[in-house]
Ligand binder design. Structure first.
Ligand code: NAP
Length: 489
């Protein structure tokens, strides 16, 4: 959570961690500026850090330095930088976890988990950077053919703009920058203003790992001076954006003639069939709903349960939900921290109240204190409630019944989103129907919608994205273009 103020003396330390007074980076140079972003804890509003913000001149310098370039990185150089970054992250894990938790309000255990994911991102990017990415096509394979071969090679792009959201402050940033480094494409990063400190610390870690400075600038500042002009700038060859549908659509309307990746919101269902293993269903529905304070694009946002088992499921699910203790994010016993700010928590409270007016029933939770929203189970939720038609980014667990598989598929496909899904069943034929008929980017059988490894393809369709996948391997492809050459052979 953050707000912009004029410069003032750095405040005194607090008892959680030292206040971080830092600034944006233009190619390794830390910016000094009169415009300061204050970053406060969503939990208790204490000052966590300050960031000196960039302006339009800094954005221009970042473009020019990236395009001027510098030491050209071999595959081995890229591997070494990414692997060194991985090692440094292990050493700095606790520091990163504290910063993530302090500025985002995520429980410290979630923040530690996130550093583990980023370890994997760096490891896979390092591994992939060593692999050859070319193909060979023999041309004498048809009556029209002749004795030639066509070869492909991937070349890095001249400049990528990567824009990231608040909800996984480190992992979202790593998923953009690590694949770009793996293929040698320079990046200007525009992280979320709500969680800037983690992104800046990660920038410093990459410089410490030996990343040449022209390869990365990290800028925060007014949208009309930084994000929007960079999105439109013809010298930027690719815009890779993760965030809300509204901002994603705005970007697509102004981006012009360049590559664009849009990874947007979600409204993922977990669908529990009559034959499901009940304990597994309860466990996965709870994990999917509450982990990361419910602030994952792939969080479970609708629990769809077969009518014949909905009563038994709901009773067990309410019991299970009681174990998701919510409170002080820095406490190791806390499972669910705050959402990103009080305004977001108020929105969640409003959609719950609105659903109740439409006939829904709060079965557990429902209370809000500042930015802290209790894990909340809601039954009898109407199919047209905002809570299930729109994305509610928080620890809400709306339960809806369905009568058969046709009904479940229709209900699941009934929103504008198409990111991911989880199906709980022991029946292979049923599983196959969902895999074939759900209009989503991912179908996970007997897993949460969010299940993935960091190198597997990931991304949604419909309003959740353009169907261009990320994940380390696919993102590496995005940050390059394919050149073909042919020779008599
Ligand atoms: P957001 O409000 O869309 O912000 C995302 C980023 O866009 C921030 O860095 C923001 O900067 C920037 N931005 C704002 N206006 C812009 C503009 N006009 N042009 C260019 N950039 C602009 O999203 P959020 O609230 O941080 O993140 C939550 C959303 O992200 C949820 O909808 C979630 O589902 C989605 N998400 C999707 C995925 C996926 O892979 N599909 C993954 C994670 C999250 P400021 O901070 O300065 O406003």
């Amino acid at each position: 959570m953050s707000e912009i103020t004029e410069k003032q003396n750095p405040p005194a330390n607090n008892n959680i961690m030292d206040i971080i007074n830092t600034g944006c980076y233009v190619a390794g140079n830390k910016i000094e500026s009169e415009k300061i972003l204050e970053v406060r804890s969503p939990y208790d509003n204490r000052l966590v850090g300050t960031v000196a913000l960039a302006n339009a001149t800094h954005a221009e310098q970042a473009i020019e330095t990236a395009l001027k370039g510098g030491q050209k990185l071999t595959r081995y150089d890229r591997f070494s930088i990414l692997d060194k970054a991985r090692q440094l992250l292990i050493e700095r894990r606790d520091e990163f976890a504290k910063i993530i938790s302090a500025e985002s309000g995520l429980a410290i255990r979630e923040a530690i988990y996130e550093t583990g994911r980023v370890h994997d991102v760096l490891m896979f990017a390092a591994m992939e950077s060593l692999k050859d990415d070319g193909q060979i096509f023999s041309c004498d394979i048809s009556p029209q053919g002749k004795a030639r071969k066509i070869f492909t090679t991937r070349e890095s792009l001249s400049l990528a703009l990567c824009i990231t959201p608040f909800n996984h402050p480190l992992n979202q940033v790593a998923h953009k920058i690590a694949p770009a480094i793996a293929v040698g494409t320079p990046v200007i990063l525009k992280p979320s203003e709500k969680t800037p400190l983690t992104a800046i610390k990660f920038t410093e870690l990459l410089y410490d790992a030996g990343l040449p400075h022209y390869m990365l600038s990290t800028l925060l500042g007014p949208t009309n001076e930084i994000a929007e002009p960079l999105v439109k700038d013809p010298r930027v060859e690719i815009v890779s954006f993760t965030g809300s549908v509204a901002v994603g659509k705005r970007i697509s309307s102004v981006v012009g003639y360049k590559k664009v990746i849009l990874e947007l919101g979600g409204n993922d269902p977990i669908i529990i069939l009559e034959d499901a293993d009940m304990d597994m269903a309860v466990h996965l529905a709870a994990e999917g709903s509450y982990r990361n304070s419910g602030q994952r694009c792939t969080a479970v946002k609708r629990i769809l349960v077969h009518e014949k088992i909905i009563e038994a499921f709901t009773a067990k699910f309410v019991q299970k939900s009681k174990s998701y203790i919510c409170g002080d994010p820095s406490d190791a016993a806390t499972v669910v921290g705050t959402v990103i700010d009080e305004a977001s928590a108020i929105y969640l409270e409003t959609v719950v109240n609105k659903a109740v007016e439409q006939g829904a029933k709060i079965l557990l939770g429902g209370k809000r204190t500042g930015a802290l929203m209790e894990p909340t189970v809601i039954g009898n939720v109407p199919r047209n409630a905002d809570m299930v038609m729109k994305e509610s980014f928080g620890p809400l667990a709306p339960i809806l019944g369905f009568k058969d598989i046709d009904d479940a598929i229709a209900l699941s496909n009934s929103t504008v989103y198409g990111l991911s899904s989880g199906i709980i069943t022991n029946n292979m034929q049923h599983a196959i129907r969902f895999i074939k008929e759900l209009k989503v980017g991912t179908v996970n059988i007997n897993e949460v919608p969010g299940y993935r490894i960091e190198s597997s393809p990931f991304g949604g369709i419909k309003d959740s994205g353009l169907g261009v996948k990320e994940g380390v391997i696919e993102a590496m492809k995005c940050f390059t273009f394919v050149k073909t050459f042919s020779m008599p052979w």
